[in-house]
Write a protein that binds this ligand. Sequence first.
Ligand code: FES
Ligand SMILES: [Fe+2]
Length: 450
Amino acid sequence: MATPVSGLVDPDRGYVNPAIYADQAIYEQELELVFGRSWLFLAHGSQLPNRGDFVQTYMGEDPVLVVRQRDGSVKAFLNQCRHRGMRICRSDEGTSKTFTCTYHGWAYDLEGNLINVPLEDRAYRNEIDKSKWGALKVPRVAEYKGFYFGTWSEEAPEFEEYLGDMAYYFDAVVGRWDNGLEFVGGTSKWVIDCNWKFASEQFASDIYHAQSSHASALMALVDNPAYWAGISYQSQTPGRQFGGNGHGAGSFWSEALGGPDPTYGTGDYAAWVAANKDEVFRNVGEDRALRVAGHNTIFPNFSWLGSPATMRVWHPRGPGQIEVWAWTYVPKDAPEEVKADIRLGTQRTFSPAGSFETDDGENWTEIQQVLRGWKARHNTFNAQMGLGHEERDVHGQPGETNDAFSETAARGFYRRWADLMSGLSWSEIAELDAERQATATAVPQEVREV
Ligand code: FES
Ligand SMILES: [Fe+2]
């Protein structure tokens, strides 16, 4: 039976009990009820350009192989041999025609079907039915604008429905360029000793930390005192935060596309974006191009930043650890020097040694250490910023939004987490969501216009 979680988070009042970050039983339940039932990021198409190309990734803690098939589609299966459970493939990426388990040599094809068993005649008297002993297949894989997501759940809504209003915010980044995006420079991987929800929730919602946590990084990286002062620029700049279906997005509104972003190395990227702004405006509209990029999470653990250009998965590794897998993304059509500039900017800022990244990790590991205390785990955290000031469909941005400095997305994240952790089915969650939306206070039109 599911551990009751209803007393642990109360999104309507903005309460969070920190046991959810530190309890092993809750973590085990997350693997089953959250990671076992949500749509999880698997790969970007640029990681798998040719048939036979594969990457290994994780769905929660389950290793899966994601493979480009002969027909061009992408399929995924559990990277676990059906004989004794060895990894079928021990490489993280590559190109193959088949996968042969290194323990006793069972071999699987690109779809995960078992195709060869050594000594099948003598050892098994030819009595093994290989069609029954293929790898466990991820039953549903969805492609969205070059991004592949998978779920173990037969019942989860279709991926676009799962995204809901978040599609508008995701498209702002992935739909910006005529020829799409690509990942460059491989996968950066590192470990942070913290619960996965700190990272996911922060990327969904928290711009509030930047002025404290990143003040020194900004001073070190940006040779412009006006900009440091302008950490206060953020406190003066309008911006919005979206929260819906557990996802979150938040941005400050900019006035010009590709204006000098001082966190980048040479300025090539900013200049190129400015020169190509018409393409962006045509694809996503001027308002969206200028107002949506920022920080984002697709529930439960896929996050990105608009600038610097990083996408990542926070793979859970027990209640107190994550493995971050991060990629730099670039417009596919950008010139090489622009792609190099983007990589440089991302490495300097959000990468294992990035100045901002290490600030974030420091906070999360410190919080996790504090949670070793018994009292600390039986406390109540405040997630009330902007509570009751949510609005719907304002400023041309769909869904429930609030000021950029709010915790609307965090509350939505924990609401979806609690729904899933309570064992509600996806159809029960859909009914609940419809009720919540119907009973949310309507904001008069004159209040919406700013
Ligand atoms: S565990 Fe894979 S062949 Fe035995
Ligand atoms: Fe940060």
